[in-house]
Write a protein that binds this ligand. Structure first.
Ligand code: ADP
Ligand code: MG
Length: 733
């Protein structure tokens, strides 16, 4: 036994989960379902699957076991399997493996598999009884993701058919009773943990302590925009959102008279809609200069604000690439080399700063964190069934999340947590976050229910831990029928079956499929990727005219989608000459978004290959890529029934949808700048209700395109292949 191995064993033995090993194994062997809760970092994910593995190997029966442990995100499935293999002194793919979308490492001896929830759901598609599987562990159930809630219904149905199968549910926070009663009083084993005290600072305390002053000018949440504003020294106009209203009530009801006049003034300027990059920079400097050594973990909302903040900090003399600071990021789409760095301890005298999404809240433990900075927000989808309108926006986290974030600071020694919002705002947070199944559109979920042959959608969903509103379910079914994914009897069509293989919104999946079938895939890949990242066209308010003029170069055909395609193609050419960044700067484009589109395009292409709709040869699928009429038609077909009519008046036009009546265009749309739209219809990607209903990303289409391409134009032939209904291509030739 090597000294390394000895050290690893000691480390494993020291984790709180190890002390409960016997109790855990007894509970698991005596019950079909067991719920395990324990603080983040106590060893649930890495240890419990190993306990089961070891006890099965040692058992007199010498039974061959097969353990599946699901993770809500691919990044945790990969990093955890790597860690567990290392703890066992093995290479990944021996007894321990992983499988995530498009990637995996698994050998013939693999008996402990970490995978995403989506992968297990897909396995259930072909193997309804999970033949040969001895244990299913569903991790992070407290997150209440849609896939996890869905999987629990499926597994609950499976248990009576597989009496020897063991189901173990693991959760970070103590909401265990809910799960226990869902599984007929299944036992709960709690792993007692230990953390050091964490001192908590809210915004008012941070302002007092650092002396930093907030002004309307210095709270900008995009580095690129901030640079542009700085050049012109103009204040960003204060945006209003739903986020603000909860907060404003809380602020109005609070007085800060115990604080210095400076702090009071700062608080009155605080903009709850922004994550103040300058404030964060200032606070990080303060920590570096005044606090003891220890890593800093900064919670941001997503990949886009992490990368903008990272750009900004990198330009800073201390926080950037210096010999004092190691600046890293931790989010769902990071490369695995970067992933490993976040676990390593840096050299002496170097402070590690990790910018993370809420991945680092419970699923990834960075062990040497002493300081936590919490922006108070996370990206969350929400859905209003009445208006049938989804949105994806950063929103305030729950109290439980804020406590989780705070707890990350007390793992190795007493720590400190800085919340970038006032205490009164924290007090206004909800206790728990609403489960995803209650706040997002159910279209993809309904498709999955159908692909798993689980019977009536609404009957099935009525058996969920918490059931979604009937209206939300009906909207989703109706939508799937309209786009041709379900037939009149709620059965999957051939198109529907293809869509279940593309893990994205059905409308985006449909557009991709159409792009492949109609051989105009290249621009469609760009559009679908573009709709999955944030708006790549920047509009700094003080340079609005310049930015609009720049965008106008790309748009002379009443389509935001085609404008995006041109902007991307221009960037691609500029990249070849290594002037991509200058190109973005000149044209008011976000370089980050362009890069994101580039990599998503590749990912989507390999997904399409998985569905057998395309082979590796991209050229075949591009024969019609330059036919703008065809692309417009494909956009129309993908976005239908997202459609509104254009009513042309003397000097302007107005827009109407069936459900909302009058609607408006988002000011970023190229169509918002036109006074005449010589087409009778607009198809749109998204509508957002603020006070009025606004449409984002629209493309104008003609009567005949709408007639031919609205709705359901793809049919399966007898062999289950997709064919377009006859005559469409002739229409263009
Ligand atoms: P839980 O699932 O209960 O939150 P984990 O099993 O993920 O806890 O982690 C247990 C401990 O193992 C953590 O305290 C962490 O410090 C350590 N650990 C986990 N993954 C890694 C890794 N990849 N590298 C180093 N240490 C790790
Ligand atoms: Mg875990």
């Amino acid at each position: 036994e090597s000294p390394e191995g000895r050290k690893m064993l000691d480390f494993r033995g020291s984790l709180p989960a190890s002390k409960e090993k016997d109790a855990l194994l007894t509970a698991i062997s005596g019950n079909q379902v067991v719920i395990i809760s324990g603080e983040t970092g106590c060893g649930k994910t890495t240890q419990i699957p190993q306990f089961i593995l070891e006890s099965e190997i040692e058992s007199v029966r010498g039974a061959v076991c097969s353990i599946i442990c699901t993770q809500p995100r691919r990044i945790s499935a990969m990093s955890v399997s790597e860690r567990v293999a290392a703890e066992r002194g093995e290479k990944l793919g021996e007894s321990v493996g992983y499988k995530v979308r498009l990637e995996g490492m698994k050998g013939k001896d693999t008996c402990l598999l970490f995978c995403t929830t989506g992968i297990l759901l897909r396995r259930l598609l072909v193997d309804r009884n999970l033949k040969g599987v001895s244990h299913v562990i569903v991790d992070e159930i407290h997150e209440r993701g849609m896939n996890e809630d869905f999987l629990l219904i499926v597994l609950k149905d499976l248990l009576p058919r597989r009496p020897e199968l063991r189901l173990i549910l693991m959760s970070a926070t103590l909401d265990a009773e809910l799960f226990s009663s869902y599984f007929d009083g299944a036992p709960v084993v709690h792993i007692p943990g230990f953390t050091y005290p964490v001192r908590t600072y809210f915004l008012e305390n941070i302002l007092e302590m650092t002396g930093y002053r907030l002004t309307p000018y210095n709270q900008v949440d995009d580095y690129g925009q901030e640079k542009m504003w700085k050049m012109n020294k103009q204040a960003p106009r204060k945006r209003k959102s739903q986020l603000a209203s909860v907060v404003e009530d809380a602020l109005r009801a609070t007085d800060f008279k115990d604080y210095s006049p400076q702090t009071q003034e700062s608080l009155s300027c605080w903009n709850p809609d922004c994550i103040g990059f300058n404030l964060i920079e200032n606070l990080l400097c303060y920590i570096c200069e005044n606090e003891c050594p220890g890593a800093v973990l900064v919670f941001m909302t997503g990949w886009d604000d992490i990368s903008s903040l990272k750009d900004k900090l990198q330009a800073h003399p201390i926080l950037g690439d210096s010999d004092q600071v190691l600046l890293l990021s931790c989010h769902g789409s990071m490369a695995s080399a970067e992933q490993r760095l976040i676990f390593d301890e840096p050299r002496d005298g170097v402070r590690k700063i990790v910018l993370a999404t809420n991945i680092a809240e419970t699923s990834i433990t960075i062990s040497d964190v002493v300081f936590v900075v919490d922006c108070g927000k996370a990206k969350e989808t929400s859905y209003d069934a009445l208006n049938n309108t989804p949105c994806l926006l950063p929103s305030w986290i729950s109290k439980v999340s804020a406590q989780q974030r705070r707890g990350r600071a007390g793992r190795v020694q007493p720590g400190k947590c800085y919340h970038l919002y006032p205490r009164c705002v924290y007090d206004a947070f909800a206790d728990y976050q609403l489960p995803e199944i209650l706040r997002t559109p159910l279209q993809s979920l309904c498709l999955q229910i159908k692909s798993l042959k689980l019977g009536s959608i609404s009957e099935f969903l009525s058996r969920a831990l918490q059931s979604p509103e009937l209206l939300a379910v009906q909207n989703a079914i109706e939508y799937l029928k309209i786009i041709g994914a379900l037939d009149e009897n709620e059965n999957l069509t051939v198109l529907g079956r293809h869509l279940t293989m593309l893990p994205m919104e059905p409308k985006l999946g449909k557009m991709l499929i159409l792009g492949a079938v109609f051989n105009c895939l290249d621009p469609i890949l760009t559009i679908v990727a573009g709709l999955s990242v944030r708006d790549p066209f920047l509009t700094p308010l003080d340079k609005k005219d310049l930015a609009e003029a720049a965008k106008a170069q790309f748009s002379h055909d009443y389509s935001d989608h085609l404008a995006l395609v041109r902007a991307y193609e221009g960037w691609k050419d500029a990249e070849k000459d290594q002037i991509g960044y200058e190109y973005c700067w000149k044209n008011f484009l976000s370089a980050q978004s362009m890069k994101a589109i580039d990599s998503l395009r590749k990912e989507f292409f390999s997904l399409l290959k998985d569905t057998d709709l395309v082979d590796g040869n991209m050229a075949t699928y591009n024969v019609w890529s330059y036919d703008e009429h065809l692309i417009r038609a494909v956009i129309c077909c993908g976005l239908y029934p997202g459609i509104c009519s254009v009513v042309q008046n003397e000097k302007s036009f107005s827009l109407k949808t069936m459900e909302d009546g009058q609607v408006l265009l988002h000011s970023n749309s190229v169509n918002a700048r036109e006074c005449k739209i010589p087409y009778p219809w607009l198809v749109f990607n998204e509508k957002i209700k603020v006070n009025s209903v606004f449409l984002r990303d629209s493309t104008a289409v003609s009567d005949s395109v709408l007639l031919l391409f609205g709705g359901d134009i793809l049919r399966g032939d007898g062999d289950g292949h997709l064919k377009m209904l006859g005559g469409y291509l002739e229409f263009f030739m």
